[in-house]
Design a protein around this ligand. Structure first.
Ligand code: FMN
Length: 131
């Protein structure tokens, strides 16, 4: 599978059985409504992140799993897929049906648990930025 080679070694080790590997790009310019020229899109990563979030939710609703990955080979992707500089390479996504946990190496089996959610107060603040 060609796209598997766009993942780092760790991600290849478990994603090799995925039904699909997706590389998410974002376009760093856009044509504003009513405009005719492309201008910088300061929120291109934010927008694309939102789109990926909905992809993950829809996958889950449809009985699939979508697993986002930062561990991708940016240079290989840019060259291999001839991605123009105008586009940022954001992340990889492995999509597939959840397999049997026992098929994973031991270290990864231990990670197959639901992760707890952080309390809102840990990352949201009112007024000034709180480090
Ligand atoms: C910034 C970021 C990068 C990640 N990169 C990888 C990765 O390269 N490979 C991987 O297996 N998991 C990676 N993960 C973890 C998975 O996406 C993980 O399954 C997911 O964060 C779990 O979501 P949950 O905490 O909502 O259950 C990454 C998570 C984050 C937040």
């Amino acid at each position: 599978m060609r796209f598997l080679g766009f993942l780092n070694e760790f991600n290849q080790s478990w994603a090799k059985h995925a039904a699909a590997i997706v590389i998410v790009l974002s376009k760093s310019t856009f044509t504003p409504p009513g405009g005719s020229a492309e201008v910088p899109a300061p929120t291109h990563s934010f927008d694309t992140g939102a789109a990926w979030g909905y992809l993950a939710l829809q996958a889950s609703l449809s009985g699939w799993n979508a697993h986002g990955m930062a561990g991708i080979e940016h240079d290989k992707i840019r060259q291999g897929l001839a991605v123009p500089e105008l586009y940022s390479i954001e992340a990889g996504v492995a999509i597939g049906r959840a397999g049997d946990k026992s098929l994973l190496p031991e270290g990864l089996q231990a990670r197959e648990v639901h992760t707890p959610r952080k309390p809102l107060a840990e990352f949201a603040a009112e007024g000034r930025f709180v480090p």
